[in-house]
Design a protein around this ligand. Structure first.
Ligand SMILES: Cc1cc2nc3c(=O)[nH]c(=O)nc-3n(C[C@H](O)[C@H](O)[C@H](O)COP(=O)(O)O)c2cc1C
Length: 199
C-alpha cells in the first residue's frame, strides 16, 4: 500500500513523535511505501493568502492554485491510505494541520458543485483514512463530555467525508499521566501498523 502520513507536532521530544516512530517501525514490517508530510518541519504554510481566499471564498476555480497546494494534491493522488497524526490541542488538530485542510482541500478538487447544485469531488477516493491523535485528557473524559464524538464528527464525517472509503479514529488519551498509558498506546500503534492491510 502507498501510505501517506500527515504529521503535525513541533517537537521531536514529544510523545506524539514516539507514536510516529512506532508507526513507522510497524509499517516498515509490511510491504508498504510510506511518505511522511511533516508539516512543521517542512514549514507548511497554513495561512490562506488574500489571493487564495479570492479563489476559495468565491469558488473561482479559473484562478490558479499555489504550487505547494498542487504538490500536496499529487501526494494525495499517490496514496492508498492517509494517516493523520497529531496531538489534540483545544479539542482539535493543531492550527498547522487545520490550515492544511483550509488550503489543500481546494474548491474544484476536494469539493465543488455542478450546474445543478450537485456536489462534485475531483480528488481520488482513498481506500483508508486513519486519524491517530494523542490527548492529555483520558478517553473516558473525552467520551463522557462528548468531545470525542465531536472530534470524530469533524475529522471523520466532515474532513475525511466522502473522499475516503474506510475511516477510523484512534484517540490515545491520558497522556498527562504518560507513564500510565505510554506502553499500551505504543503497543496498540504497533499492532495497527502491522495489521494495516486488514483495515
Ligand atoms: C496548546 C495545547 C492545547 C491542548 N489542548 C488539549 C485539549 O483540548 N484536550 C486534551 O485532551 N489535551 C490537550 N492538550 C494536551 C495534549 O493533547 C498532550 O500534551 C499531547 O497529546 C501529548 O503530548 P506530546 O505533546 O508530548 O505529544 C493540549 C496541549 C497543548 C500544548
Amino acid at each position: 500500500m502507498n501510505i501517506l502520513i500527515i504529521y503535525a507536532h513541533p517537537s521531536n521530544k514529544s510523545f506524539t513523535y514516539k507514536v510516529l516512530q512506532t508507526l513507522l517501525k510497524a509499517l516498515n514490517m509490511g510491504n508498504h511505501r510510506v511518505e511522511i508530510l511533516d508539516l512543521y518541519k517542512m514549514k507548511f504554510q497554513s495561512d490562506m493568502t488574500e489571493e487564495e481566499y479570492e479563489r476559495e471564498g468565491f469558488a473561482k476555480t479559473e484562478l490558479p492554485l499555489s504550487e505547494d497546494v498542487i504538490e500536496e494534491h499529487r501526494k494525495i493522488e499517490w496514496a492508498d491510505a492517509v494517516i493523520f497524526l497529531y496531538p489534540v490541542w483545544w479539542s482539535d488538530c493543531p492550527a498547522k494541520m487545520k490550515g492544511w485542510f483550509d488550503r489543500v482541500y481546494s474548491v474544484g478538487y476536494a469539493y465543488g458543485y455542478d450546474k445543478n447544485g450537485g456536489k462534485t469531488v475531483k480528488m481520488k477516493k482513498i481506500k483508508l483514512g486513519l486519524v491517530i491523535c494523542t490527548a492529555g485528557h483520558p478517553n473516558e473524559f473525552l467520551d463522557k463530555t462528548g468531545i470525542a464524538e465531536s472530534m470524530r464528527n469533524v475529522m471523520l464525517d466532515d474532513r475525511l467525508g466522502i473522499r475516503f472509503g474506510k475511516k477510523e479514529m484512534i484517540i490515545l488519551g491520558g497522556t498527562l499521566e504518560l507513564e500510565k498509558v505510554a506502553n499500551s498506546h505504543l503497543e496498540k500503534i504497533m499492532n495497527v501498523g502491522i495489521n494495516m492491510d486488514e483495515f
